[in-house]
Write a protein that binds this ligand. Structure first.
Ligand SMILES: Nc1ncnc2c1ncn2[C@@H]1O[C@H](COP(=O)(O)OP(=O)(O)OP(=O)(O)O)[C@@H](O)[C@H]1O
Ligand SMILES: [Mg+2]
Length: 510
């Protein structure tokens, strides 16, 4: 009789149940095959399982006859070494070295040669699958137990080694289940090292940053070297609103699948702030690989993607951002499968206006030729710039400002305002059948529903659109920014003053 153990395969961010069937085909030449679309890591599983079984005191496969392992359904690609544990258990069951009920249990784990169970990626989506399917127990490597323990209604058994698991399953030495992680987990806003009050002057840029954080809008800082563009971006985590629990779960799932969740971590508790270097490849930014994995834009989901030295990124790499910036999701297709990953991030970019950096400086001479300046600015395409809501000029700061003792309002006080604005947004969008979190995510339908404009606002908007020759996208984005400005001001109606401020940031500084 073949044995059957439950495990899971994760495609994109979703997991499906995989049945690991193990059969021994009598005596004859020893053979150990794994079928059912396994990748290299799983083919190598034979050697790991054989050693782990021998070193845990069991009969290894070559003493058992011809063994066939089938990972069903066979048409789903199986990627990671998480099947080591279920394969070993199936073998022990079918060769009658162990006797236990495998029903209502799901197993994931990689085996070391000595039988120790190693941590694996993507435990959270598998545990969520167990919850959906009503499977009572999940057996995971101990290092992943906290990650699994945020899911309610599933008993998490942390596994150290194949031997201790065998003892548990046969009732000789029971492993204590991992306690459920309480869901009122303290969610932080980020690495609170820098404070807005440390940034002197630049009130205009700080205000724009507050609006961007208030509604999750995209922002571009443009200015001479040393004016504080990078500093402004780095101070952003200190004013970002704390994560809500649904947001935290979404992000944790992405980090879990990408293998970026630190060991013994239950939830991502700080809003992501990703800073890929301008030498980053398109795949690392967007996601991909033979079997698609999330890229930086998905790791920045519900947080910030900061692209410093924006114009230094190859144009071909930046162009990939066009679709995800619009849709908030990215579909990565490869020969061996296609996956959709969420990518609802806030883009923060910083660049100089020209190669020498002084083109916008009124006091310093720019040493670039006009054609050099134009060429430099063309490195970032029009369609990408059109997707940026707030274009902010960051001038060189005057010495008097720099010498000031205090740089203005503290991050804590600004964040209080931002969090209140976000609460309004949650209340507003909570009634939707597919809720969104921020103003920046509104589509044309939402804008119609939630952004009623009075006559004065309409006039201001109409004049701006025709004079600045704004695109339809820019028109919608303008209204969304105005909605955020109104939310920050604690008013339910958008006024012409809010529209005017939003228009002001639409100007592309050159
Ligand atoms: N407004 C400011 N208040 C306080 N310190 C500042 C300010 N602007 C710049 N600085 C100081 O100057 C340093 C350099 O600033 P920053 O790296 O942000 O410049 P930048 O605009 O990004 O320049 P580049 O274009 O060369 O990248 C900061 O680390 C900080 O010490
Ligand atoms: Mg910089």
């Amino acid at each position: 009789m073949p044995s059957k153990i439950l495990s899971a395969a994760t495609i994109g961010l979703e997991s499906v149940v995989v049945e690991v069937e193990v059969d021994v085909l009598g005596a004859g030449l020893h053979n150990f095959t794994i079928v059912g679309l396994p990748d290299t890591a799983i083919k190598e599983s034979r050697d790991r399982v054989s050693s782990a079984l021998k070193n845990s005191g069991f009969r290894p496969p070559h003493q058992c006859g011809r063994i066939t392992v089938n990972l069903a359904p066979a048409d789903l690609p199986k990627l990671s070494p998480i099947y080591d544990l279920p394969v070993a258990l199936g073998l022990l069951l079918t060769t009658k070295q162990l006797s236990f009920s495998s029903a209502d249990k799901i197993f994931v784990g990689e085996l070391a040669l000595d039988g120790i169970v190693r941590s694996v990626q993507g435990v959270l989506p598998v545990t969520l699958l167990a919850q959906q399917q009503g499977i009572a127990e999940i057996y995971v490597p101990r290092a992943n137990a906290r990650e699994a323990s945020v899911v309610e209604g599933v008993t998490v058994i942390p596994v150290d080694s194949l031997f201790s698991l065998a003892q548990h399953l046969t009732g000789q030495n029971i492993i204590a289940s991992h306690p459920q992680t309480t869901l009122d987990y303290t969610l932080r806003s980020g690495a609170e090292l820098l404070d807005m009050a440390d940034v002197k002057g630049q009130e205009h840029a700080k205000r724009a940053l507050e609006i961007a954080a208030g509604g999750g809008h995209n922002i571009l800082f443009n200015g001479p070297p040393g004016s504080g563009k990078t500093l402004l971006a780095k101070v952003l985590p200190s004013i970002l609103p704390r994560l809500t629990l649904p947001e935290s779960l979404e992000i944790t799932k992405i980090f879990s699948v990408a293998g970026k969740l630190p060991r013994n971590t239950a939830l991502v508790t700080a809003r992501p702030f990703r800073t890929p270097h301008h030498s980053a490849s398109a795949v690392s930014l967007i996601g991909g690989g033979t079997y698609p994995r999330p890229g930086e834009i998905s790791l920045a989901h519900r947080g910030v993607l900061f692209l410093d030295e924006f114009a230094e990124f190859p144009r071909s790499v930046l162009e990939n951002l066009r679709q995800p910036l619009e849709d908030g999701v990215v579909t990565v297709s490869r020969a061996k499968g296609s996956s959709e990953f969420p990518a609802q991030f806030m883009l923060v970019a910083a660049m100089n206006p020209c190669p020498c950096g002084n083109a916008t400086d009124v006091e310093k001479l720019c040493s670039c030729t006009p054609s050099q300046v134009t060429k430099y600015q063309r490195r970032v395409s029009g369609p990408i710039l059109d997707r940026i809501d707030l274009h902010v000029d960051v001038p060189r700061i005057k010495i008097e400002k720099l010498e000031q003792e205090h740089g203005g309002e503290s991050s804590d006080s600004i964040r209080t305002r931002i969090e209140r604005a976000r609460t309004f947004q949650q209340e507003r969008f909570g009634i939707l059948s597919a809720p969104i979190f921020t103003n920046s995510e509104m589509n044309a339908q939402h804008i119609k529903q939630f952004c009623l404009l009075d006559d004065a606002s309409k006039t201001v908007l109409r004049t701006a659109v025709s004079q600045m020759q704004l695109s339809a996208r820019a028109y919608h984005r303008l209204i969304k920014v105005a909605r955020t400005i109104a939310d920050l001001a604690d008013t339910s109606n958008i006024t012409s003053a809010h529209i005017a401020e939003a228009i002001h940031y639409r100007f592309k500084t050159e």
